[in-house]
Design a protein around this ligand. Structure first.
Ligand SMILES: Nc1ncnc2c1ncn2[C@@H]1O[C@H](COP(=O)(O)OP(=O)(O)O)[C@@H](O)[C@H]1O
Ligand SMILES: [Mg+2]
Length: 284
């Protein structure tokens, strides 16, 4: 079971090593990196390549660790007990009917081995990772309401992603194998674009990439555009049939490139970029 990248996903050598290392150590792979650098997609592609179903848990600021295990739906039980007829009473009496299984429970009890994605763990509050330590370590948890121990049949292949909005606790880090997806260099980026737009004209790609990296390297930018933004922009350039010379600045005309809203997502950054273009024009 070795991950070699896929036809939809460009994996660098060190990323493939990291995936396989975490599988060997049987520890979760903690993937960090800027938004849009392919962290979520990595889990999808690895699961697909290894033929494992992928269970996904997308974390929000309000997500609690317990929700990944199970929740006891006391409200429904109370309502059923008030509404139900005599026959319905059986359902109400059995507490199992009101235990809602979380993603970890499903992953642990699945018949076949699965992959599990805990996506954007840094969105949750600081207690969240600590609250999952035991479950991740021992691959088991206890259901107090029914006095059951849920233990993993097969250890799932676990991916945890973080956009680095918050630091993660040391005790949690110790249990993971860590990989940082560096922002792709130009060569890797070309391969990624090629996966999405196989027939793209070389000149258009070169001009678009030049502008893209110029924008990205602009000092003081609030939000740097990433891979997914470049792909969006290229898609628009192709769809709108934008001519090549709209992207190439000729001596007499340096202008803000078309559809820049795909790359820059706030007005300060757009203003900053316009200033740069204005200065370039004056330095001629
Ligand atoms: N290495 C890659 N190979 C192919 N496509 C990629 C790659 N990295 C990013 N992408 C593209 O960028 C998009 C965003 O990736 P995603 O996994 O959602 O990023 P993240 O989870 O890191 O924010 C993907 O849908 C995919 O189209
Ligand atoms: Mg993501």
């Amino acid at each position: 079971m070795k991950f070699q990248g896929s036809k939809n996903y460009v994996a660098t050598q060190d990323l493939m090593l990291a995936v396989n290392a975490s599988a060997t150590l049987r520890k979760p792979l903690l993937v960090k990196g800027e938004p849009g650098t392919g962290k979520t997609m990595l889990a999808e592609e690895v699961a697909d390549a290894l033929g494992l179903p992928l269970l996904q848990w997308h974390i929000k600021s309000t997500t609690k660790a317990q929700q990944g295990l199970y929740e006891y739906d006391a409200v429904s039980r109370l309502r059923d007990s008030q509404l139900s007829s005599v026959e319905g009473g059986d359902k109400v009496r059995d507490i199992h009917n009101y235990i809602v299984k979380g993603v970890l429970w499903q992953a642990f009890t699945s018949e076949q081995p699965v992959a599990l994605l805990i996506d954007e763990i840094d969105k949750a509050d600081i207690e969240f990772p600590n609250d999952l330590l035991r479950e991740i370590d021992r691959m088991e948890f206890y259901v107090y309401e029914t006095r059951e121990l849920i233990r993993a049949r097969h250890r799932p292949l676990v991916f945890i992603t973080s956009n680095n909005e918050k630091e993660l606790p040391d005790a949690f880090l110790r249990r993971c194998f860590f990989h940082y997806i560096k922002f792709p260099d130009a060569d890797t980026m070309k391969q990624i674009v090629d996966v999405h737009f196989p027939g793209l004209k070389k000149e258009l790609l070169a001009a678009a990439m030049k502008t893209f990296y110029e924008v990205r390297n602009l000092p003081g930018l609030k939000k740097k555009p990433s891979t997914s933004e470049l792909l969006d922009w290229l898609k628009l350039l192709v769809a709108e049939d934008i001519p090549l010379d709209a992207l190439q600045s000729r001596d007499d005309k340096i202008a803000v490139p078309p559809l820049i809203g795909a790359l820059l997502k706030n007005e300060q950054d757009v203003t900053l970029f316009e200033k740069l273009v204005f200065m370039q024009r004056h330095n001629r």
